[in-house]
Design a protein around this ligand. Structure first.
Ligand SMILES: Cc1cc2nc3c(=O)[nH]c(=O)nc-3n(C[C@H](O)[C@H](O)[C@H](O)COP(=O)(O)OP(=O)(O)OC[C@H]3O[C@@H](n4cnc5c(N)ncnc54)[C@H](O)[C@@H]3O)c2cc1C
Length: 376
């Protein structure tokens, strides 16, 4: 019999939706609350590595993801010169196995929609526009009050509510999320025919300029700069700033620049990082995904780590017959070191750029690829 019969999952991102789907498939009654009224609200794109695709397949959504996204197996490196010259073409590791693409770009709202639909299909009770306002646990369960005044009692609560997790704060966990020193401009829009994979432009006035196709008709493009306060800019000024920063980059960037016309499709955010020391659980409340560990997207592994947390947690809860220290020790053994290694590598890549140091990027990327090629 599973260790839990009823679970509340907080947050319908990759970690939360993934946990909810797996638990429901394992026969557990799952409520999933998401604070946003629409889980698939407007958003940018995401680069999913093979190990993320492997977990999406285990959730039963691979066919929808494959149909909606844009797969590729090579990343280009381009120079910030007038031709946007290709200086290298690097085969991406197929970390999800030989039968899955190495990388897939997707529109975030589309991915969210696919996961929430799947959760509903497998019996998860999804409550949008809802959060928890009070958590009280005892030895046998957790009493929860929700923002609509309703209450519930669960065998376990999973806090998958992202980098600023309310669940983490409700547990009294003190965790400092630090800025990495970089800020990223992102815009999403139509895919010009010249964009068929991710290309990264290193050098020039910004740290990186890049793009990723997210579907036949869509892409997201980004520029990474030293973190600065951009909050006073109006949407129109934000668009103008990103466009200006993109001017030194050519090749497909010339086509992308032409499409940068809608201020509502541009956003700016800082890279941040933290890793919660193990264990990630306090009694009958556990944190997963960005709530527990977050990294700059320099190797685009945050989504995969969130999905892997979900799979491992759900597998243990369904296999074991008690929520006890032994379960959390096994969860830590399978997740902490792997997530920590990915966060450290992501931060290292950012730091090399911040310090203008020529680090051994290929060897770092190889070691992460070897690690995450092993199923979680
Ligand atoms: C600029 C940037 C670019 C990135 N690019 C990539 C990339 O290309 N590839 C990649 O793999 N990763 C990338 N990441 C990282 C990736 O987005 C995260 O690691 C991943 O989304 C974590 O998933 P999650 O489910 O833990 O958290 P989230 O995706 O943050 O989901 C948390 C969910 O909880 C909800 N929520 C929050 N508070 C509450 C509450 N109180 N009650 C109920 N619900 C709540 C939120 O609305 C949200 O839906 C990027 C991150 C950043 C900052």
């Amino acid at each position: 019999m599973p260790a839990v019969k009823s679970v509340l999952v907080v947050g319908a991102g990759l970690a939360g939706a993934g946990t909810a789907i797996h638990l429901a498939q394992g026969g557990v009654a799952v409520d999933l609350v998401e604070i946003k009224p629409d889980a698939a609200a407007l958003g940018s794109g995401i680069t999913l590595q093979g190990n993320a695709l492997r977990e999406l397949r285990s959730l039963g959504v691979w066919e929808q993801v494959r149909a909606a996204g844009y797969a590729f197996d090579v990343t280009g490196i381009r120079a910030p010169d007038p031709a946007g010259s290709v200086v290298a073409e690097i085969p991406d590791a197929r970390t999800g196995g030989p039968d899955l693409p190495a990388v897939m770009g997707m529109e975030r709202p589309e991915l969210a929609r696919i996961l929430v639909d799947r959760a509903t299909e497998v019996g998860v009770k999804v409550r949008l526009g809802t959060t928890h306002t009070d958590l009280r646990q005892d030895a046998d369960g957790v009493d929860v009050t929700f923002s609509d005044g309703s209450t519930g009692r669960y065998d376990l609560v999973v806090g998958a509510d992202g980098v600023r997790s309310w669940t983490r704060r409700a547990l009294g966990v003190d965790l400092e999320t630090k800025p990495v020193g970089m800020g990223i401009w992102r815009a999403f829009g139509p895919r010009p025919a010249s964009v068929t994979r991710t290309d990264l432009y290193y050098g020039g006035p910004s740290f990186i300029a890049g793009y990723c196709p997210t579907g036949e008709d869509s892409l997201y493009a980004y520029i990474v700069e030293p973190a600065q306060d951009r909050s006073t800019l109006s949407p129109e000024e934000q668009l103008a700033t990103m466009k200006e920063l993109s001017r030194p980059y050519h090749g497909p960037w010339d086509d992308i620049r032409e499409t940068l016309t809608d201020p509502s499709r541009v956003n700016y955010t800082w890279f941040e990082t933290h890793v919660l020391p193990a264990p990630w659980a306090r009694g009958r409340v556990v944190l997963v995904g960005d709530a527990a560990h977050t990294c700059p997207p320099t190797i685009a592994q945050g989504g995969a780590m969130a999905l892997e947390d979900a799979v491992v947690l759900a597998e243990l809860l369904v296999e074991r017959d008690a929520v006890d220290d032994a379960l959390w020790e096994t969860f830590t053994a399978r997740r902490y070191g792997r997530a920590r290694t990915v966060v450290d590598a992501s931060n290292q890549l950012a730091q090399w750029q911040l310090d203008h140091v020529q680090g051994d990027i290929p060897s770092l990327m190889r070691s992460v690829a070897m690690l995450v090629s092993q199923p979680a």
